[in-house]
Write a protein that binds this ligand. Structure first.
Ligand SMILES: NC(=O)c1ccc[n+]([C@@H]2O[C@H](COP(=O)([O-])OP(=O)(O)OC[C@H]3O[C@@H](n4cnc5c(N)ncnc54)[C@H](O)[C@@H]3O)[C@@H](O)[C@H]2O)c1
Length: 372
């Protein structure tokens, strides 16, 4: 198969959909990879690293799109990219269609096939192409929080791990899923005193088993949270209710319980945030203050560490890309129920129920769509 890797053009997006390592696997399996020049630069991969493994370097995105059967990307297609789509093209990327009606309708009109990273789901209900970015964001949440507790960044001036004879910082993590576990692990490694709150008792039992002794689990309720807020130096929001907005666990009033110069990192801001005072921020202007508490609410945290994020993402996407390339798109979708759940549009039909319901559009079952 001919596969195209255009340079990402969404504002502030530095990742690339395929590393030279991933490209080499595909080349070895007999596929032709067309990479737009400088596509990998911001993730740390020069053009030479791609040509060295047998990729063809191409000047423009248009030439890439026009000469391949499948485009692999990171972010949803931008308007100029949608203009380059055609019915016999497959695009494999994060689409997040349900969040944007215009994107959905414009892409649908091209007739191209959309396979969305975010809706691929394994038998056990996991979302394998979202997990790597949650791992990155979770680990980064503690790193950013530690920074904003430093005095020059406006914080209390407390070192996460303390030093012998001086108490460590207290880190409270709301939600013990992928983001929360990774945030807690890093905070614990620094030597902080860590609390994880979740409302899933089985999850708390698991965390209690695997976490070091400086991590305590607590059932997530208002009472426990109100006890913790006055002693919390760093609060990390990592709650998710699938398919819904995040619940506001810390209300505007409850924020007053936190001491001035404490820090909040609300990773769940992309689902509305679990702290009422949070609103999305950018890497250029990552923080703002409410009641003297520093709020960090960047909605695309992994974008700040493109090397790690690119490699983590492509480690997870590679097996699916290889399957699509080796079997062809239809045969790959037919033979893999997880991948089939990723099919969002096919021949101008919406094949994902959540997307169809979001905009009151007609839904066609993906298996029916591809057999037609
Ligand atoms: N800002 C970013 O750049 C970025 C990057 C990656 C992920 N995220 C977001 O981070 C959030 C968390 O993602 P995840 O992968 O960890 O999800 P996850 O499903 O692995 O974990 C969510 C956890 O929240 C828990 N939970 C649900 N309701 C709760 C409540 N009332 N109190 C306490 N816990 C509760 C669940 O039991 C679960 O353990 C999502 O909104 C995700 O989109 C943001």
């Amino acid at each position: 198969m001919r596969i195209g890797v255009p340079k990402e053009i969404k504002n502030n997006e530095s990742r690339v959909a395929l590393t030279p390592h991933g490209a080499l696997e595909l080349v070895n399996q007999g596929h032709e990879i067309l990479v737009q020049k400088s596509a990998g630069i911001e993730s740390g991969f020069t053009d030479e690293t791609y040509s060295d493994v047998g990729c063809r370097l191409i000047d423009t995105a248009k030439e890439v799109f026009d000469n391949v059967e499948m485009i692999v990307k990171v972010k949803e297609p931008q308007p100029v990219e949608i203009e380059m789509c055609r019915p016999d093209l497959t695009m494999f990327t994060y689409f997040h269609f349900a969040a944007e009606e215009k994107l959905t309708r414009d892409f649908l009109a091209t007739g191209a096939t959309a396979i969305a990273y975010e809706t691929i789901m394994t038998d056990d209900g996991k979302l394998p192409l979202l997990i790597p970015m949650s791992e990155v964001a979770g680990r980064m949440a503690t790193q950013e929080g530690a920074k904003y507790l430093e005095r020059p960044f406006g914080g209390k001036g407390i070192l996460l791990g303390g030093v012998p004879g001086v108490k460590p910082a207290t880190v409270t993590v709301l939600g013990g899923g992928v983001v929360g576990t990774n945030a807690a692990k890093i905070a614990a490694g620094f030597g902080a005193k860590v609390y994880i709150l979740d409302n899933n008792l089985d999850r708390l039992r698991y965390l209690d088993d695997v976490m070091p002794r400086n991590v305590r689990t607590l059932y997530s309720n208002q009472y426990n949270l109100m006890e913790l807020l006055p002693i919390t130096d760093l609060l990390i929001g990592a709650v998710l209710i699938v398919g819904a907005k995040a619940p506001k666990l810390v209300t505007r009033d409850m924020l007053k319980l936190m001491k001035p110069r404490s820090a909040i990192v609300d990773v769940s801001v992309d689902q509305g945030g679990c702290i009422e005072t949070c609103k999305p921020t950018t890497h250029e202007h990552p923080t703002f203050e409410v009641d003297g508490v520093i709020h960090y609410c960047v909605a695309n945290m992994p974008g700040a560490v493109p090397f790690t994020s690119t490699v983590a993402l492509t480690n997870a996407t590679a097996p699916y890309m290889q399957k699509l390339a080796n079997k062809g798109v239809l045969e790959a979708l037919n033979s893999d129920p997880s991948l089939l759940l990723g099919l969002n549009t096919y021949r101008k039909q919406i094949t994902h129920l959540g997307v169809a319901e979001a905009f009151g559009m007609d839904y066609v079952d993906p298996a029916t769509a591809i057999s037609g």
